[in-house]
Design a protein around this ligand. Structure first.
Ligand code: TYD
Length: 132
């Protein structure tokens, strides 16, 4: 599957605990224009279910765990985010769903663009047609 991948972010650990870090254009391949976070997700709920025309993202499970299902129009792959130092890079034009949220999980999303509703593809058929 194209370039979607889990990036192992730096982890500085000592007896006081762990610290991880993300620098734009260094650990991740884009400039961060926006950060948002997803929390208080009820058990069994699904988030996402769309693609972006231009936006690239890094998704981090800051707390707890969840799975991100990525679909590039050809194949579907599940990435389990269960470590705070995993950053999932999601390129543009990738259908994405977030499932299996654990209790009290916290998802941080770093985005390459400011919010723009027009950048969303919310219809799977339309997504597949664009990918063709
Ligand atoms: P949405 O992207 O649909 O959530 P998810 O993909 O996790 O299911 O966003 C939910 C709502 O929040 C929707 O009404 C759009 C709004 N929103 C913003 O206003 N700004 C943002 O940066 C984001 C990501 C969403």
């Amino acid at each position: 599957m194209s370039v979607a991948r889990i990036i192992n972010l730096p982890k500085m650990g000592d007896r006081r605990g762990n610290l991880s870090v993300i620098e734009e254009n260094n650990h991740i391949p884009f400039k961060i224009e926006r950060a948002f976070w997803i929390y208080d997700v009820p058990g069994g709920e699904t988030r996402g279910g769309h693609a972006y025309k231009e936006t690239e993202e890094i998704i981090v499970a800051l707390s707890g765990s969840f799975d991100v299902v990525l679909d590039d129009g050809k194949e579907r792959k599940v990435f389990s985010l269960n470590r705070s130092y995993y950053g999932l890079y999601v390129p543009k034009l990738m259908w994405r769903e977030m499932v299996n949220f654990s209790t009290n999980s916290l998802a941080l999303v770093l985005s390459s663009t400011p919010y723009d509703a027009a950048d969303y593809i919310r219809d799977y058929e339309e997504f597949i047609n664009i990918k063709r």
